[in-house]
Design a binder for this molecule. Structure first.
Ligand code: TXA
Ligand code: MG
Length: 348
């Protein structure tokens, strides 16, 4: 299959959106930018179209898809009875990087929800995404547009690395603004539960709906406690080289990483280091990538996946990363980094 590329780096182009919408209506696949990561879209109400997404990604079929809408009024058709919290959270955070898990209506095929009676719904805050959703019929199922197990794409080039020749179209909207997937909150129980941390933090959700919990499966080191979002149990975002997070007091972290990198280099191999702008000058004997500034935590989120992809290309033998427990996005950043590291932490 030849994959068409539509350039919309300068903004929405109506003709391209019309063509992309037509592909979706006919059951095809279009990758598109959102504010979080690039999505791989298909008509969410068409089971055959959803099935194509699983094939293109190599994704296990029990891992449900998020349904993207562009207007609040669209939610009624795909959900059962709505809890009051849904409207409150929508007023506060939609369009934006928040996904709500709700009871599904019979119109949503099980092929889209991975066999579940609930549906995850999100209204993205990206002009191209919203125009595409409307042109495609109003309901677009979209996981991140990466091959299953690779880091999520934050540019159209990343999408092409994984999906060229496999899908109908890629819309290039330039680099995304957040860089980590949306926060997922489950509203099917009395107290909302965060199934995946993201830009919208626990505190931000609590300020609107009161008590909000973190899924036990997210917090536990114990793998027998399963996360409730089926996708969170898979080994995700895994770079080719083993990744270790080095935690502790700043100078000690630098010393430790330098010592480990030096012995790697002495053995004729090269280590990669992920460091913040404030400390990246302090490393030697390694390929150092500056992820962003601790003073602007969004810059750290924006670059994480691109750096993991780059280290795959550079074929480093091991990766050492500083830890980034920043105030708002720290939970999301560390959740993704810990998964990429397979929970390997070196305490100094
Ligand atoms: O930011 C995002 O959410 C991006 C962009 C494209 O919108 N999408 C995304 O989709 O990250 P995906 O498929 O990579 O991750 C969806 C996650 C998976 O962990 C999945 O298991 C969970 O959402 N999920 C989907 N439907 C669910 C449901 N009904 N109940 C529980 N978890 C659900
Ligand atoms: Mg994903």
């Amino acid at each position: 299959m030849k994959t068409a590329v539509e350039n919309m780096r300068e903004g929405v182009r109506e003709e391209g959106i019309r063509r992309a919408g037509e592909i979706l209506r006919q059951g095809g696949l279009v990758a598109f930018p959102t504010e979080t990561v690039y999505g791989l879209g298909a008509n969410a109400l068409d089971p055959e179209a959803s099935a194509k997404i699983y094939r293109a990604k190599g994704r296990p079929s029990d891992n449900p898809l998020i349904v993207h809408i562009a207007r609040w009024e669209a939610i009624g058709r795909i959900t059962g009875e709505l809890p009051a919290q849904a409207k409150l959270l929508s007023d506060a955070f939609w369009p934006g990087p928040l996904t709500m898990v709700l009871k599904k209506s019979p119109e949503v095929p099980y092929a889209t929800t991975g066999g579940l009676d609930t549906v995850a719904v999100r209204m993205p805050d990206n002009e191209i995404a919203r125009a595409l959703i409307l042109a495609g019929g109003g309901y677009v199922a979209a996981p991140s547009a990466n091959t299953s197990g690779r880091p999520s794409p934050t540019t159209a080039q990343h999408v092409a690395e994984d999906m060229d020749g496999v899908i109908d179209m890629i819309i290039d909207g330039g680099p995304v603004s957040i860089g980590l997937e949306s926060t997922i909150v489950d509203l099917t129980e009395d107290i909302p539960v965060i199934l995946r941390p993201g830009f919208i933090s626990q505190e931000m959700l609590s300020s609107v709906v009161g008590e909000v919990r973190m899924d036990r499966g997210l917090l536990a080191d114990d793998p027998s406690i399963r996360p409730k979002a089926p996708g969170m149990k898979y080994r995700h975002y895994a770079p080719k080289a083993p990744l270790f997070i080095v935690e502790g007091e700043r100078e000690r972290v630098q010393e430790k990483i330098n010592e480990l990198s030096a012995s790697e280099s002495a053995a004729g191999r090269k280590a990669g280091v992920i460091a913040a702008e404030e400390t990246s000058d302090g490393y030697s004997h390694a390929i150092v990538r500056t992820i962003g500034s601790r003073k602007q935590e969004i810059t750290i989120a924006q670059h994480l996946y691109a750096i993991l992809r780059e280290f795959d290309l550079l074929e480093v033998s091991v990766i050492y990363s500083e830890s980034f427990e920043t105030p708002q996005m720290g939970a999301a950043i560390m959740n993704r980094l810990m998964k990429a590291a397979g929970h390997q932490v070196i305490e100094v």
